[in-house]
Design a protein around this ligand. Structure first.
Ligand code: NDP
Length: 256
């Protein structure tokens, strides 16, 4: 049984109990870690307030507002977190694209929509990693969440696929950059999970069905599947691993 007592982790991007970040929080909480949440919308804060009593060790968790489109807000959030001590890891679980850019023709993507998706879904990792690294204890770890659509063209994923490719490349460059400080940076490529964000992607039901039919494990993954791999990547269990992208997708990515 993993024991993460006296370890502190920041999770960015829990909107409700279906969020991948919530699965990560559950696994870390069960292992005895302290978890600090950042959120954007008040609606997410309200959902978190309702979820906190279910945690064994984090019923009083700190909730800090942080819109990642605002550089100053990111700097302030990590300064505030650092005032109560160092952190051991960061789980980044944030993405956004306008609904019209997640269906139809990719070539119709507007410049504005393209930049917005990349700013929130990819650049946010770069600035969060920079600020988190300032308050990180020795051997810290940063993990983000990506999708197969960043590696291959998946119908409808469109601008988010381009943003995930950028995110995955940023993982490698951050790993090279922050490795000198002993900080590891990795990604989890999660299979499709019915979350608020995923519902914005056209044809989600078809994708979920196809994974169930074709993935080696003949099922879809859930947020705790992702959470357990996140716990591995966030802790010394993965001490020699950095710049990696681990697929938590029931093996779907190996099948053609
Ligand atoms: P959720 O909708 O539950 O989580 C997305 C989170 O992104 C929300 O908490 C949202 O906060 C946050 N967010 C969006 N814009 C901003 C912003 N400007 N500033 C701060 N936070 C922001 O969906 P998921 O849990 O599915 O998504 C988490 C990650 O997992 C994303 O990167 C997604 O691409 C990735 N992923 C998801 C898969 C899936 O099938 N569900 C598969 C593979 C990867 P708020 O609501 O408060 O704005």
């Amino acid at each position: 049984m993993l024991n993460l007592e006296n370890q502190r982790f920041v999770i960015m991007g829990v909107a409700n109990k279906r969020s991948i970040g919530y699965g990560v929080a559950q696994v870390l909480d069960e292992a005895g870690a302290e978890v600090i949440f950042t959120y954007r919308k008040d609606r997410s804060k309200d959902a978190l307030v309702k979820l906190l009593p279910d945690f064994k060790n984090n019923s009083q968790a700190k909730l800090i507002q942080c819109d990642v489109e605002d550089d100053a807000a990111v700097v302030k959030a990590f300064e505030e977190i650092g005032q109560s001590g160092q952190i051991n890891g960061l789980y980044h679980s944030i993405a956004f694209a306008d609904a019209e850019d997640l269906r139809g023709r990719f070539s119709d993507t507007s410049r504005e929509g393209f930049l917005k998706a990349h700013s929130i879904s990819s650049y946010s990792l770069v600035i969060a990693a920079r600020e988190a690294s300032k308050i990180m204890a020795d051997n810290g770890s940063i993990v983000t969440t990506t999708y197969l659509g960043g590696e291959i063209a998946v119908q409808n994923y469109n601008v988010m696929g381009a943003a995930k490719a950028s995110l995955e490349s940023s993982v490698r460059y951050l790993a090279l950059d922050l490795g000198a400080q002993g900080i590891r940076v990795n990604a989890i490529s999660a299979g499709p999970i019915r979350t608020l964000s995923a519902k914005g992607v056209g044809g989600l039901n078809t994708i979920l069905h196809e994974v169930e039919e074709r993935a080696p494990l003949k099922r879809n993954v859930d947020i705790k599947d992702v959470g357990r791999t996140a716990a591995y990547l966030l802790t010394d269990l993965s001490s020699g691993v950095t710049g990696e992208n681990i697929h938590v997708d029931a093996g779907y990515h190996i099948v053609r």
